[in-house]
Design a protein around this ligand. Sequence first.
Ligand code: UDP
Length: 224
Amino acid sequence: MAAHGCKNLVFSSSATVYGWPKKVPCTEEFPLSAVNPYGRTKLFIEEICRDLRNSDSQWKIILLRYFNPVGAHPSGLIGEDPRGTPNNLMPFVQQVAVGRRQALTVFGKDYSTKDGTGVRDYIHVVDLADGHIAALKKLSDPKIGKGTSVLEMVTAFEKASGKKIPLQIAGRRPGDAEVVYASIKKAETELKWKAKYGIEEMCKDQWNWASKNPFGYGSLESKK
Ligand code: UDP
């Protein structure tokens, strides 16, 4: 990923990294442990991700600890199709319902829960997918609210246009502020609005307009 310039990662971890939690609900601060080989793979990869981030701060990684995804896409065209005997509860229930299996085995009815059977936190797969999109959005750089210098703008425009912009460095323009940029928090929380386009897209579209209309709305004659 680093070789291809991609240092953003969403990792599908699992609630199994909480082992047998001493209390519920689980929070992210709970101690982590592995209680089976599957959980150990999740825990080790989480550790690798943490080490990677500590060794190179350009990496931005979100670890999502799934609980129990259930359901299917509402179209009915995409769903879970486990090979062999399903390990998980609901794929097994589904196969009993369609007549592929005789009966569901309930593993334990003597837990100190409401009905004696194990309790989990089930989540619809579509909500899980939405959670991933939210995580990806969180990883992407804020498009505004960060400040870009004159030279950075010029370089970005040169890149988008393929044109060299000759520079003449002069003294400060009277009345100019040194640094001005916005806080984007209020717009995000109150309007649920976020800029979609960054400097690259700004320059690309501006050059698209400029190259198609080098003299703006008029002709070269009218600009003389
Ligand atoms: N379970 C069950 N019969 C099955 C599969 C699972 O009674 O055929 C129970 C299991 O003991 C647990 C719950 O269903 O209490 C969820 O199990 P699953 O394997 O789906 O999720 P996990 O235990 O990994 O959270």
